[in-house]
Design a protein around this ligand. Structure first.
Ligand code: PA5
Length: 475
């Protein structure tokens, strides 16, 4: 691949912008809006939080700088397998799936899987992110396995959903193509030395990619977890990492007025503390719809915690909500405008959609329709975003806007990194561990017990002793 030379100037013209005007009393009024002074009072805590984050140095912060070899390894595989596959399937769940979907929706044609002329020989992408039997069976029935690659992704290397998907897909490949073909159709992306998946990969001779130990699932989109499928589908993964590195530079300062991750994180934190536990992300760009889904998991699993770092019970955590403009103006905005003052809305918008969809003039005699003629869908959706923003602001509803000059690899890398760092900061402000997820373990352990996994018999017993349901409460 020929290396693109991108100037500093064009990098800066692709810088994403954060507008927090409508979080302040001067715009939304004193009842709900903050003062600059309130934010200044947080400054020392931000410095302390930054220190702690940089001492821990969570793995996602290393990724932009350290991924050169990984990129080369991925690109070598993509080149080696060029033309070999019509389908690329990600087997994984949660943090091992959502980033793949977010990148694909953002950076490839909306109908990529249906448009050969867009794919130009690259595979279609499927990420089931679930174990629903109807959907999974249907996917396997549809795929021509001879022309399909599967990337099995699991950091722990033992997640029941992912391993079940793998066992079913592997059997299908073995039966249809022969057991000796498994290594041609499966890649494993997992931890270097722990979990069952790495053991299986070695036994089967699978190509493997490593998820660094210090990068948690939901922070792993810029590791092979997200990068392999992206590269197979033609996304420029170097530019994604360059975008993340650029944002990392912007976020070196601890001055919260200059650091976008810290400014947004501080405001989200203040909003939560002042009775606004719901955090809505609302892109007015369909391409970012699944980024909002990825963020929902990042925010929820990282910040929803029972205990703080000292073990005190805090039961803290903002509830993330994803919405989509303009669609949800016809579903959610009534509530955001007139319901309780319990939300902060983060709009995502784009300056340049890359295409223009003109609305033709017709029915000149019907004014209620003809006024649309001569405008474009671009103008309509951008105006609707600004109008909704203004309406919310006028009603004292807190909101911020993140603007992308374009949706491209460089801006996506920035946005992902900014949101990850923002999450780490808010974790510090809550004094919780943003990188664990103990709350999901109990349900998993009951499942293991019921399905007979060794070491979980006690959970099976607990499960079987669960109180019976009252019949009169089931109607
Ligand atoms: O963010 C997380 O840690 C989780 O959402 C995990 O990604 C998810 O549970 C899947 O785990 P694993 O990659 O170990 O299969």
């Amino acid at each position: 691949m020929k290396k693109k030379v991108i100037s500093e100037q064009s990098r800066n013209s692709q810088r994403i912008k954060l507008d927090v005007n409508n979080m302040f009393a001067e715009k939304v009024g004193t009842e709900h809006g903050f003062t600059r002074e309130e934010l200044n009072q947080l400054q020392e805590r931000i410095r302390q939080a930054d220190l702690k984050i940089r001492q821990q140095r969570p793995g996602f912060m290393e990724l932009p700088a350290q991924s050169k070899e990984v990129v080369a390894e991925i690109m070598a595989l993509v080149a080696e397998k060029s033309g070999a596959y019509d389908n690329f399937v990600v087997l994984g769940i949660g943090g091992s799936a959502l980033g793949n979907i977010a990148l694909q929706t953002a950076l490839n044609d909306p109908y990529y899987n249906y448009r050969e002329e867009v794919r130009q020989g690259r595979p279609r992408l499927f990420v089931p992110d679930n174990i629903d039997p109807v959907r999974f069976n249907s996917l396997l029935e549809m795929l021509e396995l001879e022309r399909t690659a599967f990337n099995v992704i699991s950091k722990s290397g033992g997640t029941a959903e992912t391993m079940s998907q793998f066992l079913i897909a592997r059997q299908a490949v073995s039966e249809q193509l022969g057991a000796e073909k498994v290594a041609d159709h499966f890649i494993a992306t997992t931890s270097k030395d722990c979990g069952y998946l790495i053991e299986i990969a070695r036994r089967e001779g699978l190509k493997t990619f490593v998820i660094p130990d210090n990068v948690g699932g939901r922070f792993s989109v810029l590791t092979p977890v997200g990068l392999v499928s992206a590269a197979f589908c033609g996304i420029d993964i170097e530019e994604l990492l360059a975008g993340a590195a650029y944002m990392d530079q912007l976020c070196q300062t601890t001055d919260l007025w200059q650091n976008p991750a810290y400014l947004n994180g501080s405001l989200q934190y203040l909003a939560y503390q002042q009775g606004k536990p719901l955090s809505v992300m609302m892109p007015y760009v369909h391409a970012l719809k699944d980024l909002a889904d990825w963020y929902r998991q990042l925010w929820a699993e990282s910040l929803g915690k029972e205990v703080d770092r000292e073990g005190n019970r805090v039961n803290v955590g903002p509830t993330p909500i994803k919405a989509l403009g303009a669609t949800d103006q016809h579903s959610q905005v009534q509530l955001y405008m007139e319901g309780p003052y319990d939300k902060v809305v983060t709009f995502l918008e784009v300056e340049d959609y890359g295409v223009e969809a003109q609305i033709p003039t017709a029915y000149r005699d019907i004014q209620g329709v003809s006024y649309l003629g001569g405008h474009s869908l671009n103008q309509l959706i951008q105006t609707e975003k600004k109008a909704t923003e203004l309406a919310l602001t006028a009603r004292g509803r807190l909101n911020t806007t993140i603007t992308l000059p374009e949706v491209n690899e460089f801006t996506m890398g920035q946005l992902i990194y900014m949101l990850e760092l923002q999450t780490a900061l808010v974790g510090e402000l809550f004094n919780i561990d943003a990188f664990n997820q103990p709350g999901v373990e109990l349900g998993k352990h009951y499942t293991y017990g019921v399905l007979g996994r060794e070491g979980y018999t006690h959970k099976k017993k607990e499960y079987e002793k669960r109180p019976p349901k009252s019949k009169d409460l089931i109607i």
